[in-house]
Design a protein around this ligand. Structure first.
Ligand code: PMP
Ligand code: GLN
Length: 382
């Protein structure tokens, strides 16, 4: 008899990012779907990885990550957010941000726990909650502003609420948390034992002079937080899949129990290279203005089309409404745009458990200017 698997994720299909990238390749379309740059990453960082490999830094490093890299990160966190985290006890290097999020969820959640999730939500969150036997409590970020309705959050909190998940800058909407959001969050979690998981992979990809409202800035929020980051997003090397999680010592101690028998330790030469590269703050501080310029370039070009831009204050992404063009569903329209016009995007309905459809598509603008120009030349015909 052949055994059959009782699926832990019976309702989950293939992630939309893979679906749209495969379709883009099949149809030779310009891929403004999955979020990755098509321009080269830093040659200096590549040279530092080569140097690390040739120097012989090719064996396991400490299971929590290369100590000097964690020290550099602690220094960066202190200078950006005035928070003296200890690299030894509060930072763990992970194989990407997604893994950091999964590990934090697995560390925190018990079956039956409730987790507040704002939709649209990055597509790994809900399956990662459900695989741990916990229950996502979905709160809509209402189109077209996608702001958090904190009164609704208060109403949804129960004795079972274990965790609130946040993402700023936000994928897919490009919304960012403001000081008013932080004040509301502080007053809601005060006197509770609710944890926070804050996905801040787009930490430096923030525009129009907005301040990144990291949980690391606020001691009363940090004391209950797991804060997740991705080097791939900051250094234009999404394929390297390296990230980290920051959490207070008692929380991080438990995170490391899960991490050590799942991954143990990450790629060593990249960690040696990053520990040197990270010392130059211009390597990450210029990212916001670099990407803001790309956001604006795409937005200006898109004025020649019938797509309408929604605001984006951060991330790689901007949403565009196509309600003036057709009332086709988002997924069908995204597929047709890829096949018939040669431009791939992401339907925002993929970020909702129940597939809400506001006729908006997510465009990735972290591309060469000529890629954006060629894409828009195709979209003008739509
Ligand atoms: N969170 C969000 C919101 C993302 O967009 C992504 C994709 N980069 C990740 C987490 C995961 O990052 P990584 O590729 O480092 O796993
Ligand atoms: N974070 C990227 C996006 O939103 C994709 C990462 C992935 O494919 N999982 O496009």
């Amino acid at each position: 008899m052949i055994p059959s698997i009782q699926s832990k994720l019976p309702d989950v299909g293939t992630t939309i990012f893979t679906v749209m990238s495969v379709l883009a390749n099949e149809h030779n379309a310009i891929n403004l779907g999955q979020g990755f740059p098509d321009y080269p990453m830093s040659a200096e960082l590549i040279a530092l990885v080569n140097k690390a490999m040739q120097t012989g830094y090719n064996q396991y490093v400490h299971m929590n990550g290369l100590p000097v890299l964690r020290e550099e990160l602690a220094g960066k966190i202190n200078s950006l957010y005035a928070n003296k985290v200890d690299g030894d006890t509060e930072i763990t290097i992970t194989p990407g941000g997604t893994y950091a999020i999964y590990t934090a969820l697995t560390t925190i959640l018990q079956p039956g726990d409730e987790v507040i999730v704002f939709e649209p939500a990055y597509d790994s969150y809900i399956p990662n909650i459900e695989i741990n036997g916990a229950v996502p409590v979905l709160i809509p970020l209402v189109y077209p502003d996608y702001k958090i309705d904190w009164d609704l959050v208060k109403q949804k909190i129960t004795a079972k609420t274990k965790l609130i998940m946040l993402n700023t800058p936000h994928n897919p909407t490009g919304a960012v948390l403001g000081a008013d959001d932080i004040a509301q969050l502080q007053s809601i979690v005060k006197d509770t034992v609710i944890f926070i998981l804050s996905d801040e992979v787009y930490e430096h990809l923030i525009f129009d002079g907005k301040k990144h409202e990291s949980m690391l800035r606020y001691p009363d929020l940090y004391e209950r937080s797991f804060v997740c980051f991705s080097f791939g997003k900051v250094y234009n090397c999404t394929g390297w899949k390296l990230g980290y999680c920051v959490a207070p010592p008692a929380l991080m101690k438990e995170f490391r129990k899960v991490h050590q028998f799942n991954c143990f330790t990450c790629n060593s030469p990249v960690q040696f290279a990053l520990s040197e590269f990270l010392r130059h703050e211009e390597n990450y501080l210029q990212l916001g203005s670099f990407l803001q310029h790309k956001r604006d370039h795409l937005k200006n070009l898109m004025q020649q089309t019938r797509f309408k831009a929604l605001p984006s204050y951060g991330s790689y992404f901007q949403l565009y409404s196509y309600s003036d063009i057709t009332d086709e569903g988002e997924k069908d329209f995204a597929i047709r745009l890829t096949k018939e016009y040669g431009v791939a995007t992401i339907p925002v309905s993929a970020f909702y458990k129940n597939g809400e459809d506001n006729k908006v598509l997510r465009f990735c603008f972290s591309k060469n200017e000529n890629t954006l120009e060629e894409a828009v030349n195709r979209l003008i015909r739509v």
